[in-house]
Write a protein that binds this ligand. Structure first.
Ligand code: AMP
Length: 372
């Protein structure tokens, strides 16, 4: 299959070629023609499947080739659960839309609202937003919703987990009912299905990654280790490799403590979690992406959806309480066909969580050893 066969315009094909992609991913093969035909889409797809290009490319075509937005209005709204994901989706819009004459913006909380107010004044064809800040801007009359033609909910499951359902319902009540709807979610629980049914009309359902199964390209293994020794083991494991590692910690406090411990062992590390300011989070991610630091310690919510090219190593310093989060975490590596390694440090009190994870992924994770 080629991108040419999916019905994309010449200018979008040029942008795709410039990104270096030669073949569409399975979700792109299904989603792009469906979205171009104007229908609703409901897709079960995790980050790493190429889903962003799967909706951004056809949206740009639907809205293009020239801006038609009225001052102070928005035509396509993309809602994401986190600031990082919002920034990332917007970056894709700029990358793929560089030959289109469309206006876009990204807005999220945690930063000064004034520049965002200004940016929206003339209207935008595409707006990427986190729900809370979007409502703030709406209430301040910075943006009108009555010209919205297209709505995207990205990582809908995480939006529900993070308690955004009320904000989403408020937004839905404010936008025109005649519109195209696209909904993406890593999993399709009963709750998500209920939300989907209230939003989408006769959607095309796409399920690319078998639900809750981990990508085969990821090599998973674990160490059994006493809790107080975990930080030492982590330090040793990182010293043995030159690879960059994304380390998951269940708590914000734990993430900070780990960064300090690694620094004492001369390992450069940064933390990314909800207690840090937006500027700190952006800088930490930029430093990690630029390979200025070897380790990024993250909590689940902060790391959700973050796309880091060429990340080969994910370490679970703690196991997540929710087994699905294990799948999300290790999905940060082995993206778009690349290989990856996922290591978990498991203490005695986490054996039950391990069982739940192994049940979910339908396999036993090989044990590398005991560290006592
Ligand atoms: P996503 O699932 O949207 O977060 O995308 C995951 C990664 O796959 C991103 O780094 C994209 O740049 C990359 N990607 C998207 N589409 C393709 C493609 N057709 N071929 C190769 N890589 C892709």
């Amino acid at each position: 299959m080629t991108f040419e066969k999916l019905g994309l315009s010449e200018s979008l094909l040029r942008a795709v070629a410039h990104s270096g992609y030669t073949q569409p991913t399975p979700i792109q093969i299904q989603a792009i023609p469906a979205i171009l035909s104007g229908g609703d889409v409901m897709a079960a797809a995790q980050t790493g499947t190429g889903k962003t290009a799967g909706f951004v490319l056809p949206m740009l075509q639907q809205l293009g080739p020239h801006t038609r937005v009225t001052s102070g209005k928005v035509r396509a709204l993309i809602l994401t659960p986190t600031r990082e994901l919002a920034a990332q989706v917007h970056k894709s819009i700029l990358t793929y839309g560089k030959h289109e004459n469309l206006l876009s913006a990204v807005v999220f909380g945690g930063v000064n609202i004034n520049p965002q107010l200004k940016q929206l004044r003339h209207g935008v064809d595409l707006l990427v937003a986190t729900p809370g800040r979007l409502l703030d801007l709406y209430q301040q009359r910075a943006i009108g919703f009555d010209e919205i033609e297209l709505l995207v909910l990205d990582e809908a499951d995480r939006m529900l987990d993070m308690g955004f359902i009320r904000d989403i319902r408020k937004i839905l009540a404010l936008i025109p009912s005649q519109r195209q709807n696209l909904m993406f979610s890593a999993t399709f629980s009963k709750e998500i299905r209920k939300l989907a049914n209230s939003i989408c009309h006769d959607p095309l359902e796409i399920d690319v990654a078998p639900r809750n199964s981990t990508v085969d390209a990821i090599e998973q293994s674990l160490w059994f280790v006493e809790k107080p020794l975990k930080a030492d083991l982590l330090s040793e494991l990182i010293q043995e490799t030159t690879e960059q590692a994304l380390v998951f910690s269940r708590t914000k406090h734990g993430a900070n403590k780990l960064v300090k411990k690694l620094a004492r062992d001369s390992i450069s590390a940064v933390a990314i979690h909800g207690n840090r300011s937006q500027a700190q989070r952006t800088k930490a991610l930029a430093d990690f992406k630029a390979n200025n630091v070897q380790v990024m310690v993250a909590t689940d919510i902060a790391a959700r959806g973050i796309d880091i090219e060429l990340l080969t190593l994910v370490i679970n310093f703690d196991l997540p309480h929710v087994a699905e989060d294990y799948v999300h975490r290790i999905g940060r590596t082995g993206r778009a066909g690349a290989s990856g390694v996922a290591l978990s440090l498991v203490s005695k009190d986490e054996r039950k969580q391990l069982k739940n994870i192994e049940r979910l992924i339908k396999r036993d994770i090989p044990v590398l050893g005991d560290y006592y």
